[in-house]
Design a protein around this ligand. Structure first.
Ligand SMILES: [Zn+2]
Length: 251
């Protein structure tokens, strides 16, 4: 089967999620026969079944949380139950930072026993899902412990830069053919999030074949993600796409 990324949600930040100005359902990645759900925010389960063709959570091999903010993890328990048919079919792995499992854990204890495995993500960690390997190369700057992912498939590398404040050598960690970037804001701010100017710096260094913008906050939506993507395409001489809810990217 062909590789694809399905953007079940493209929302970022509290207001866009709370008002569902965009869906907050996260990303389904199908790579070399493995199905991986990345950051199942509120609505993930419903959007799987609303998708055309529908995506069956029982086909998932793993669920990955970049961090346990609600917009990235709100539906993680529902997705674990759905992946394991309500706990009747023990399977799959959940990968998440330690804060998802301890303290005030977003992953409920009773659903953990439905899984084959839970794995705590660490900086410079290397992991496997089926034949797909992925890394969490660097800790992000985002208040709570947060990671991005760098996947290595047979024919392509793909990175997902989750929430973070910009840091200087970021591009060194996420060199890849396809780059998914969470860009919350159009203009610089004091938030622990990337803005369009930060993305420009990253793209000029990495020069991916395709960059896909997602995780839009309210100001980014007002500014127009497509407009921002067109500007970045021109200025960085790179193909840049603004994700839309329900968009499928095949590769
Ligand atoms: Zn966050």
């Amino acid at each position: 089967m062909a590789n694809f990324i399905k953007f079940l949600g493209t929302a970022g930040a509290r207001i866009v999620v709370a008002r569902q100005l965009r869906s907050s359902a996260g990303i389904w990645l199908s790579l070399d026969g493995s199905n991986i759900y990345i950051d199942p925010g509120p609505g993930a389960l419903a959007k799987c079944f609303a998708a055309r063709p529908k995506l069956d959570p029982m086909d998932l091999d793993a669920i990955l949380l970049s961090h346990n903010h609600l917009d990235h993890a709100g539906d993680v328990n529902a997705m674990i139950e759905a992946m394991t048919l309500g706990g009747h079919k023990k399977k799959g792995t959940v990968f998440a930072p330690i804060s998802a499992f301890e303290g005030d854990p977003i992953i409920l204890k009773y659903v953990r026993k439905y899984l084959d495995k839970t794995t705590v993500l660490k900086e410079k960690g290397k992991y496997k899902v089926g034949s797909v390997s992925f890394e969490t190369p660097v800790k992000h700057v985002h208040g709570i412990e947060t990671f991005g992912f760098k996947f290595k498939g047979k024919g392509a590398t793909l990175s997902y830069i989750s929430d973070t404040r910009f840091f200087d050598d970021m591009h060194r960690y996420y060199k890849s053919d396809i780059l998914i970037i969470s860009v919350l804001k159009d203009k610089p701010s004091n938030l622990d999030h990337l803005c369009v100017d930060d993305v420009e710096k990253i793209l000029k260094e990495i020069r991916p074949k395709t960059a896909i913008l997602t995780h839009f906050g309210r100001f980014m939506l007002d500014a127009g993600p497509e407009k921002m993507a067109a500007r970045l395409s021109r200025d960085c001489n790179t193909r840049v796409i603004a994700a839309r809810d329900g968009m499928t990217f095949k590769f």
